[in-house]
Design a protein around this ligand. Sequence first.
Ligand code: TMP
Length: 204
Amino acid sequence: MSAVARFVVLEGGDATGKSTQMHHLATRLRDAGHDVVETFEPGATRLGARLRTLLLDEDGPLDPIAEALLMAADRAEHVAEVVRPALQRGAWVLSDRFVPSSLAYQGVGRGLGVGEVGQLNELATAGLEPDLVVVLDLAPEVARERLGMSRDRMEGENDAFALAVHEAYRDLARSRGWSIVDASPDVDAVATAIWAVVEEHLAP
Ligand code: TMP
């Protein structure tokens, strides 16, 4: 099979099932004969792992601009070390989060502005755009129940923050052509819905 590089990003609020769904999609693509790299943000590189600890394991608030810059630093390293090299060899790269997370969480959730955070991320990614963004959509109250009591710094944000992020994903998906998949059914049903979106847009 000739190798056609593809960059697919799975997005959504916390506890929407992104990582489980990414593994399902990766398995399906590998079964179809593709070279697949599964990755994530923040934290997929050596620098990123340290940034992830700073971003998520510390207690208490972080200045929103510092937070956006650290997410962008993680992303710059991730693009340079993982994403671009894999795309250059013709792999499918599946990433659990990318720029859309910063637009939704920092741009809208923290109120920094989608335009400003977008510009910062242009620099971080050198303009790399995903071929497909799939947003897993789950009501924040259902996601809260799935999260339970063990929460990191971002997951511990209040309900208003989770709601703002949820609405931001919906609005941004509409304006930017991202695909939305209902994440409330069982794992297999969601996997089937994601596969249908991938087939429709990228004909794997
Ligand atoms: P994860 O637990 O899905 O890996 O996500 C880590 C947390 O970081 C999650 O609450 C979303 C948040 N986040 C941002 O706020 N901005 C970003 O750019 C990224 C990648 C993640």
